[in-house]
Write a protein that binds this ligand. Structure first.
Ligand SMILES: Cc1ncc(COP(=O)(O)O)c(C=O)c1O
Length: 415
């Protein structure tokens, strides 16, 4: 057996990881879907559990030697149930996309109709995009946003549910800054014979602490990632009513996955324990406070923040009002040069291709994890505006980069 450490075994991977560690330490991470896990989560994910096969579920495995694995997975399940008040939880999905695919496969047949929010309006690929299996396998109808306010059009959802008779309505988004009315969606679905999949991948942390309304009491299925506001390891999870427990479990394994990633499930369990502590609620409240401060500061500089602001951890900045010639892609590249990491994003009423886009998406979970607060958000808005107003000015980029390095040094990461 090779007992050498990584540096000796594979210096190229060792160096790439070392460089990534420096990048994470020295950049302002404003990608709304990213976060920094605690050292405890990191330790669990890097543990010997990666060595173990455990097809099946606790006490019902296809492999021997699973007694400790069973303890880990059962703790993850019990803590997730407590955190979200869910009747049944499956912690095995490898990702948010796998979780959604497993729910679809459990309750839909190819050709069945689903009613969803398109990616152009803030939805996710797995909500029926033609290049995703959800769009290939199922008959997709989209509801949209209200013209003028850019908020989810629940009236249109109701009209389409009455006319199209979908089997499932999905609700949830990757780029939507307003609170979602899960109870209303469930009422629309149930009065039209449909079920609901609520995808809380982005807002799970806010939901867990009650700072966003929960879909769990209202919707048949709730999926999430564990690595965004929830601040756990990269992965997915499904919650459902007890009566769907068997079909959901069977749809994850053996339906769509094989052996579970028990080292990641251990990381999920640690994340859920952290999320059950009172400090986690303060953290989530600070994420929201920071997002409100950042959105307010961007609005004050004349930027169009889609919907006029944010209720959650993210915002979409439509660049067209202030910088008509600057695409989302240009903005992302210019900000990156100054160590500010964002992503380009299409905006409602988009006039450019998704590869260029007219907006950028900003989120506060990661900078909040570093300990930054409203004061730093005002500084960050200044830095962003400085770059966007001087797109090709190397000296401005260098000045901003120095400021970013100073901020990052003041709020270091624990690894
Ligand atoms: C709303 C939503 N659902 C699902 C996913 C998919 O998660 P993953 O990237 O883990 O497959 C994402 C990821 O961005 C998301 O935003």
């Amino acid at each position: 057996m090779n007992t050498k450490r990584l540096q000796e075994t594979d210096v190229e991977i060792f160096n790439a990881i070392a460089m990534e560690k420096i990048r994470q330490n020295e950049h302002l991470e404003l990608i709304a879907s990213e976060n920094f896990v605690s050292p405890a989560v990191m330790e669990a994910v890097g543990s010997v559990l990666t060595n173990k096969y455990a097809e099946g579920y606790p006490k019902r495995r296809y492999y021997g030697g699973c007694e400790h694995i069973d303890a880990v997975e059962q703790l993850a399940i019990d803590r997730a149930r407590q955190l979200f008040g869910a009747e049944h939880v499956n912690v095995q999905p490898h990702s948010g996309s796998q979780a959604n695919a497993a729910v679809y496969a459990a309750v839909l047949r190819p050709g069945d109709k689903i009613l969803t929010l398109s990616i152009e309006n803030g939805g996710h690929l797995t909500h029926g995009h033609p290049k995703n299996s959800s769009g290939m396998l199922y008959d997709v109808v989209h509801y949209g946003l209200v013209n003028g306010t850019d908020r989810i059009d629940y009236d249109q959802m109701r009209d389409l549910a009455e006319r199209e008779h979908p089997r499932l309505i999905t609700i949830g988004a990757s780029a939507y800054s307003r609170a979602i009315d899960f109870e209303l969606v469930a009422e629309i679905a149930h009065s039209n014979g449909a079920m609901v999949l609520a995808d809380i991948a982005h807002i799970a942390g806010l939901v867990a602490v009650g700072l966003h309304g929960s879909p769990v009491p209202h919707c048949e299925f709730v999926t999430t990632t564990t690595h965004k506001t929830l601040r756990g390891p990269r992965g997915g999870m499904i919650m459902c009513k007890e009566k769907f427990a068997q079909i959901i479990d069977a749809s994850v394994f053996p339906g769509t996955q094989g052996g579970p990633l028990e080292h990641v499930i251990a990381g999920k369990a640690v994340c859920f324990l952290e999320a059950l502590r009172p400090e986690f609620k303060q953290y989530q409240a600070q994420i929201i406070g920071n997002a409100a401060a950042l959105a307010g500061a961007m609005l004050a500089r004349g930027y169009h923040v889609v919907t006029g602001g944010t209720d959650n951890h993210l915002m979409l900045i439509d660049l067209r009002t202030v910088h008509g010639n600057v695409t989302g892609k240009d903005a992302q590249v210019a900000l990156e040069r100054a160590n500010v990491t964002t992503n380009k994003n299409t905006v409602p009423h988009e006039t450019r291709s998704p590869f260029l886009a007219s907006g950028i998406r900003l989120g506060t979970p990661a900078v909040t994890t570093r300990g930054m607060r409203e004061k730093e958000m005002l500084k960050i808005a200044d830095l962003i505006a400085m770059i966007l107003s001087h797109m090709d000015d190397e000296s401005v980029a260098e000045d901003v980069r120095k400021e970013v390095l100073r901020l990052c040094a003041e709020f270091p990461l624990p690894y």
